[in-house]
Design a protein around this ligand. Structure first.
Ligand code: ZN
Length: 152
């Protein structure tokens, strides 16, 4: 049985999503991030924190941490894979293609990599926020260079 609140995914996509959820890539914190942000999707209770180490305009290191539904956490994992060691410009292009797929019904672009697995979310408007949270936090982190040490 599939719960009524869980988007229906095709089996291959579902496998990809669950695989990232169970074995997230680039999960954790960076020792010396140059950028950091965190965000919340209160509708679903998803939380994402992102650390970046920028080298010029290249995303030299990324680590995310958080909790929440499989869509929010697996998107963060997939996103980190696609943008690691890439210029910000590339990350923005992936973000645009991802948003177009989810909100405008665009065909998945090749630059999405595993993120294509989230295509089914487009049919579930309330879950689109889950899939866009990591991107929102990424954009926020890029605008938030560490100017001084912060203490939790
Ligand atoms: Zn969620």
């Amino acid at each position: 049985m599939v719960s009524a609140t869980e988007p229906l995914f095709d089996d291959l996509y579902r496998e990809t999503l669950l695989e990232h959820y169970r074995s997230p890539r680039n999960r954790g914190r960076l020792e010396a991030p140059t950028h950091h942000a965190e965000g919340l999707n209160p509708v679903c209770g998803d939380e994402i924190r992102i650390d970046l180490r920028m080298d010029g305009d290249r995303i030299a290191e990324i680590a995310f941490d958080g909790q929440g539904c499989s869509i929010s956490q697996s998107t963060a994992s997939m996103m980190s894979v696609e943008i690691l060691d890439r210029p910000v410009e590339h990350a923005m292009a992936v973000q645009q293609a991802f948003e177009a797929m989810l909100t405008a019904g665009a065909e998945p672009s090749a630059i999405l990599g595993d993120l294509e697995a989230l295509q089914g979310v487009s049919k579930f408007p309330v879950r689109i926020k889950c899939a866009l949270l990591a991107w929102k936090v990424l954009a926020e982190s890029l605008k938030s260079p560490n100017k001084e040490e912060t203490h939790d």
